[in-house]
Design a protein around this ligand. Structure first.
Ligand code: PEP
Length: 256
């Protein structure tokens, strides 16, 4: 299990990036110096077309390369799909599953997300399982209930608790510039840690890291990453530019 004392900073490029964008990964690699390596782990998830090239480029840099989705089956007649095994074969170490954009635009259910997380583990990848409430859930006071339902439905409790990362991403905060209050982030993260301990039957320290995602940028990263129970961040827009991504990583506290 990765040490929780180190923050995990993950970039999700979404459907952005052509081959020339790999220069951003080279730039991040140059900035990932000994001090930063001491405080945080870095993973970049480019689009599937770039995973192989990015993994080759990141060799020797200690930056992990991940994907943004996978199919639940290892192979077969699923035109257009990409399996976790194929991603691992390309050099990926990680895959995001259940991002809210996949849940809403591609109608992925909690059950689908759990199957994808299990597929990732089968292939030796670390799944980052996303959960998060809509604005109407939040306004109706349903945040914790929605998160609990998503965790119970999406997190495979039979798996090694330390092999899974959860990302809390309030949907209304993604790409909007809005963020919850630090107190709200702390409350939800505390709740997620407690629920994971129940799902896995572990002590609070026994499961993987819980990331916050939603409009994290260099200017707010320090305060968000300092919140108790926040073990890192999942970053969309601000991960596209190496300097912004590094700025967020540099804001991560060394929890040793
Ligand atoms: C995301 O899509 O996972 C995300 C957190 O996006 P942004 O950082 O742009 O809000």
């Amino acid at each position: 299990m990765p040490a929780k004392s180190r923050s995990l900073i993950v970039g999700n490029w979404k459907m952005n990036g052509l081959r020339h964008s790999l220069t951003e990964i080279a730039h991040v690699a140059r900035g990932y110096d000994a001090k930063l390596r001491h405080s945080c782990d870095l993973i970049i998830c480019p689009p599937a077309t770039l995973v192989c090239l990015a993994a080759q480029q990141a060799l020797g840099s200690r930056i992990g390369i991940g994907a943004q989705d996978c199919h639940m089956e290892a192979n077969g007649a699923f035109t257009g799909e990409i399996s976790a095994e194929m991603l691992a074969d390309c050099g990926a170490t990680t895959v995001i599953v259940g991002h809210s954009e996949r849940r809403s635009y591609f109608a992925e259910t909690d059950g689908d997300v759990k199957s994808k997380a299990l597929a990732a583990l089968r292939a030796g990848l670390m799944p980052i399982i996303c959960v998060g409430e809509t604005n109407s859930d939040r306004e109706a006071g349903r945040t914790l209930g929605v998160i609990k339902r998503q965790l119970v439905g999406s997190v495979p409790g039979s798996a090694d608790a330390g092999a899974i990362v959860v990302a809390y991403e309030p949907i209304w905060a993604i790409g909007t510039g809005l963020t919850p209050t630090l107190a709200d982030i702390a409350e939800v993260h505390r709740f997620i840690h407690r629920e994971l301990a129940v799902i896995f039957g572990t002590h609070a320290a026994g499961h993987g890291r819980v990331l916050y995602g939603g409009s994290v940028k260099p200017s707010n990263a320090e305060s968000i990453l300092a919140v108790e129970h926040v073990d890192g961040a999942l970053i969309g827009g601000a991960s596209l530019k190496a300097e912004d991504f590094l700025g967020i990583a540099r804001a991560a506290p060394a929890r040793v």
